[in-house]
Design a protein around this ligand. Structure first.
Ligand SMILES: NC(=O)C1=CN([C@@H]2O[C@H](COP(=O)(O)OP(=O)(O)OC[C@H]3O[C@@H](n4cnc5c(N)ncnc54)[C@H](O)[C@@H]3O)[C@@H](O)[C@H]2O)[C@@H](O)CC1
Ligand SMILES: [K+]
Length: 523
């Protein structure tokens, strides 16, 4: 499991070491890790000696890290320039940089555009303007410099701890931000590097241990690795039969949106569920059965199911009535439910903890509006997109159920406050029907997972997941499977565009390769 922390959590962990006078040692470790990563980036492009690096240094410790790293690089034969953004700089860092022969330029007395040209001409730019001590984003001349530099498109940007302007705690972004190729982060990954829009500015994230890791509190954000997902995936045994494997009831599609039913039923079927019972109008059912003859169409009373998927493409009175009926039946039987798209507006007053809502940003804004969760102020899609971590958590707390917010990074919040972030997909997955596929995969995993979730000695317990957060983990597994399937499918087309059907086609391969990874580790 990958863990991410707030800036405050990192500072709390550092405090005992700072109190015992080890601050300088921590900074040397951070700077060394940063310098090593810059060396790696330079070597991908050219030889080290004579390569140029410009460090943009703020006045705090983040700037100190950058200046110390640049002084190490100067000693290894690189041509180093520091652009000091403020009237002051980290004194020891600046002294070390000057002693190593680095050139110092001052933003206060210079022209931001000219300095941006200098920086853009170097092989690597280190962004050490703001770190975890930032309040808001870049301002004045520093903002101008960064905006110009971003426009010029530097060859390689390495961010020190966080890209300056990205909120380390939340991933909120205060523009302008210099988008990084690599972010080298110290002591613990910052939560803002695993949540959009911050994650979109961070590039590849490299964690440098500085000796505080054992002092960190419970993470703010978690990300399942392939190994974690493999452990949590349900798998059949020799004693399995189709009913014991899990049966999923699906209320999806309508006269108008036939394809949504087709996609989510097929996605569920290829994700390992024992059987799918479909409920919907005849026009949709014909298509569903044509694509997935393994499914059953039940126009009235459904047979026994272990979980429900309700909502993709649900539209019109007739299908909305079926959705409401399925909600009641799930409530009576205590069954888990995925609530997606057209069913999000039909939710009963109170939902049980084993339900999972799967909105996109616009649907989450509408949902929060209907809950009056943000007080009198209306929440817009743009609000959710700029603060997804905040709003997904708020929605989970207000509804009392797990909420999966779809996006480039998919966030899954448990009402307890635990949040997962999965980001294995490709931007090509922003395509019609992609969400229906995710809903099908999730419904399928829910129908198969119910028993394992209460197991005190199983995989969930082995990963340290509290019982109340296990549905969120199931949703995170679905998100990673969906993302990996999209990336795998796009690779088949040399990184080209995708349809939802192509994503779905890759799901069995992803499940197979994850399971194989789990098996090879056991051997
Ligand atoms: N505390 C420690 O022992 C360690 C800290 N480290 C580094 O220290 C950083 C945190 O250092 P600091 O707490 O000094 O914080 P920062 O370096 O992030 O910056 C804080 C300084 O910038 C000013 N500032 C804040 N917001 C600003 C804005 N929007 N525009 C302009 N100036 C602004 C503040 O007045 C303060 O002087 C981490 O991100 C990390 O890079 C590492 O060296 C590892 C060890
Ligand atoms: K920075």
């Amino acid at each position: 499991m990958i863990s991410a922390f707030t800036g405050q959590q990192i500072r709390n962990a550092e405090q005992p070491l700072l109190d015992s006078g080890e601050g300088a040692v921590l900074m040397q470790r951070a700077a060394y890790g940063l310098a090593q990563e810059v060396v790696r980036e330079v070597r991908k492009r050219r030889k080290l000696t004579g390569a140029s690096v410009t460090v943009l240094a703020g006045k705090g410790n983040n700037g100190g890290d950058g200046l110390f790293a640049a002084s190490m690089l100067a000693r290894r034969g690189m041509r180093t320039t520091a652009v000091l953004a403020a009237d002051a700089a980290h004194p020891e860092g600046l002294a070390a940089f000057e002693a190593a022969g680095g050139r110092v330029l001052h933003l206060e007395s210079g022209d931001p555009e000219e300095l941006a040209v200098v920086a853009a001409g170097s092989d690597v730019v280190i962004d050490a303007l703001l770190g975890t001590g930032a309040r808001g984003g870049l301002r004045g001349a520093a903002a101008e410099l960064v905006a110009c530099l971003q426009e010029l498109g530097p060859a390689c940007v390495v961010a020190c701890d966080v890209p300056s302007g990205v909120d380390a705690n939340s991933g909120e972004v205060h523009w302008p931000v210099l988008e990084a190729d690599v972010t080298v982060t110290f002591g613990g990954i910052k939560a803002g590097l695993l949540a959009d829009p911050g994650e979109g500015c961070a590039g590849r994230v490299v964690l440098v241990d500085i000796g505080i890791e054992h002092l960190l509190a419970a993470p703010e954000l978690r990300r399942l690795t392939a190994k974690d997902a493999a452990l949590l995936l349900p798998r059949p045994t020799r004693r399995s039969q189709k009913y014991s494997r899990g049966v999923l009831g699906v209320v999806a599609g309508s006269e108008r949106y036939v394809g949504a039913a087709e996609l989510c039923v097929h996605a569920a079927a290829v994700s390992g569920v024992g059987m799918v019972r479909y409920q919907g109008p005849e026009a949709a059912a014909r298509q569903v059965l044509a694509r997935t003859p393994e499914s059953l169409w039940e126009s009235d009373e459904p047979g026994r199911v272990q979980a429900w998927l309700i909502g993709p493409g649900v539209d019109g009175n007739e299908q909305q009535d079926r959705a409401r009926k399925a909600f009641r039946s799930a409530l009576d039987a205590g069954l888990p439910v995925v609530v997606d798209a057209g069913a999000l507006s039909l939710l009963p007053e109170r939902c049980p903890a084993n339900w999972i809502l799967t909105p996109h940003a616009g649907e989450l804004a509408t949902l929060l509006g209907s809950l009056h969760a943000a007080g009198e102020v209306a929440v817009t899609r743009e609000d959710v997109e700029s603060r997804p971590l905040h709003f997904v958590r708020l929605a989970a707390q207000q509804t009392g159920v797990t909420v999966l917010l779809k996006g480039a990074s998919t966030l899954v919040a448990s009402p307890s406050g635990v949040v997962f972030s999965q980001s294995e997909g490709t931007p090509w997955m922003a395509t019609a029907g992609s969400g229906d596929v995710l809903a099908g995969v999730l419904g399928s995993l829910m129908a198969q997972s119910a028993e394992a979730l209460t197991d005190d000695d199983g995989a969930y317990a082995a990963l340290g997941l509290a019982v109340e957060d296990r549905w969120a983990a199931v949703a995170a597994v679905a998100a990673t499977v969906h993302g990996r399937a999209g990336t795998a499918a796009s690779r088949v087309f040399d990184g080209g565009p995708l349809t939802a059907s192509a994503i779905m086609g890759a799901v069995p391969h992803v499940l197979g390769s994850l399971s194989a990874e789990c098996d090879s580790r056991k051997r």
